[in-house]
Design a protein around this ligand. Structure first.
Ligand code: C2E
Ligand code: MG
Ligand code: MG
Ligand code: MG
Length: 281
């Protein structure tokens, strides 16, 4: 049964997504066109409470649905978007489209918060807090219903400068999550200064942790830190019932991963949540 998540082919697989290590020709102009024509869109992966299995949020993950039907994942275009200074456009687009979907689910009685990935360049964007507030409010969503995920390594690279921008976002009510926690090089002093509300334990620690005491120790230490700093915790990349059980026993708050659902298009979120059953063991 622990193999179930692997047996169920993900949407990425069904729709013949390029592997992350395949060579895909991507030009800047093609990316601009794709953003303008909505070929780049958010897909969503549920985050559920480990205690009761209840869905609480979805993380928006960028997917480029090319006209030939193939799916291009972020590994093939986010770095280029960042280099070309287009990442503000990507984030605004993902935020806008995700809020539209959220409003749609709200209207059908499915209440889900949003988690949106942001890039390191956000830390230099002095107008981000006002703009993001405008974007979400225009779609009828409150900042408190949105968590912005920023990778640990990027925050720490420019903590002094980023602090002002992050503090302003927090004051507006946005949640702030440390993505890929454990893979960066933050000191506890730095971490405690930034007004984070959530910590996401990287998949690298989750994967196989039930039979690897060292990984489990990192998870336990992360949970301990989160409790002391009063942060929510999401374990990412949960693929097996054994991982789920261990995280539940350690008191981790939320789980995300292919065990629950792979990322799906907005139109399929309700169905994916309908299929989901908390594991029994
Ligand atoms: P991330 O934010 O850490 O997202 C988690 C990644 O793990 C996603 O890959 C997701 O599809 C994958 N994943 C989730 N559960 C499982 C699982 O159980 N098993 C396995 N093997 N993988 C799982 P994805 O969608 O390819 O995204 C990769 C990264 O691209 C993200 O990492 C994020 O850093 C970045 N990204 C995605 N969308 C955006 C965006 O809109 N803007 C920015 N700036 N970055 C984005
Ligand atoms: Mg993320
Ligand atoms: Mg992550
Ligand atoms: Mg990750």
């Amino acid at each position: 049964r622990d193999k179930l998540a692997h047996v169920l082919a993900s949407y990425d697989d069904q729709l013949h997504a390029y592997d992350d290590d395949e060579v895909v020709e991507v030009t800047v102009q093609a990316i601009r066109d794709a953003l303008a024509s909505n070929e780049i869109e958010p897909w969503f992966q549920p985050q559920v409470e480990l205690g009761n299995g209840r869905p609480v949020a979805v993380e928006a993950l960028a997917r480029w649905r090319r006209r030939d039907g193939r799916i291009i994942r972020p590994a093939h275009f986010v770095a280029l978007i960042e280099r070309e200074g287009l990442v503000g456009d990507l984030t605004d687009h993902m935020l806008t489209q995700s809020c539209r979907w959220k409003r749609h689910w709200d209207q059908h009685g499915v209440r889900l918060n949003l988690a949106i990935n942001v890039s390191p360049q956000l830390l230099a964007d002095e107008s981000a807090a006002d703009r993001y507030q405008d974007i979400v409010r225009r779609q009828g969503v409150e900042p408190s219903e949105v968590v912005l995920e920023i990778t640990e390594s990027s925050v720490m690279a420019d903590a002094a400068r980023g602090l002002g921008v992050l503090a302003r976002l927090r004051l507006k009510g946005f949640g702030l999550s440390i993505d890929d926690f454990g893979t960066g090089y933050s000191s506890l002093a730095q971490l405690s200064q930034i007004p984070f509300t959530e910590l996401k334990i990287d998949q690298g620690f989750v994967s196989g942790a039930h039979h690897q005491p060292r990984k489990r120790a990192v998870i336990e230490a992360s949970l301990d830190l989160a409790r002391k700093l009063q942060l929510d915790v999401v374990a990412e990349g949960v693929e097996t019932v054994e991982e789920w059980q261990m995280l539940a026993e350690l008191g981790c708050g939320m789980a995300q991963g292919n065990l629950i659902s792979s990322p799906v298009p907005g139109s399929d979120v309700a169905a994916a949540l309908g299929r989901w059953r908390r594991p029994e063991y």
